[in-house]
Ligand binder design. Structure first.
Ligand code: FES
Ligand code: FES
Length: 166
């Protein structure tokens, strides 16, 4: 099949590739760019393990073709850490609050949470739960993911994180 040339900015760097029109963005990211943090957990666009940030939006990269991302600006989990290599507030929050177990949903979850906190820097618990409703997790039961996002929001806002009594 004829291939199309695409140029995409990924984690701040311009990358190029030749892709078939049918190539899913998640496969381009994983197989051409070797950015294997984003995962595939379904074939029905439910799980969100493939979530990346595209032009300021959370997008499930399994439900977009790589050619559609031509000219876009993409951030994957590999681009989330701070410039000096330290963990971002969200990554730290997931670690501190035990917001991951197997880690398979985590890249998508963190990239989604990153965008959620841009959309709503001070979300309520309900807003967090709704805000990550496109991301499924088999391991955590979500409770600690909510805490991780609250931890990160507090850190970013410079406020004190208070764990709610259970
Ligand atoms: S792999 Fe499940 S939504 Fe993309
Ligand atoms: S940590 Fe295993 S699926 Fe979420």
């Amino acid at each position: 099949m004829a291939k199309t040339h695409v140029t995409i900015r990924v984690n701040g760097e311009e990358v190029e590739g030749l892709v078939e029109p049918r190539t899913l963005l998640i496969h381009f990211i994983r197989e051409n760019l070797n950015l294997t943090g984003a995962h595939i957990g379904c074939e029905t666009s439910h799980c969100g393990a493939c979530t990346v940030d595209i032009n300021g939006k959370s997008v499930k990269s399994c439900t977009m073709f790589a050619v559609q991302a031509n000219g876009a600006e993409i951030m994957t989990i590999e681009g989330v850490a701070n410039a000096d290599g330290t963990l971002s507030a969200l990554q730290e929050g997931f670690r501190q609050m035990h917001g991951l177990q197997c880690g398979y949903c985590t890249p998508g979850m963190i990239v989604r949470a990153h965008r959620l906190l841009q959309e709503n820097p001070n979300p309520t618990e309900e807003e967090i739960r709704f805000g990550i409703a496109g991301n499924l997790c088999r391991c955590t039961g979500y409770q600690n993911i909510v805490k991780a996002i609250q931890y990160a929001a507090a850190k970013i806002n410079g406020t004190e994180f208070q764990e709610a009594a259970e």
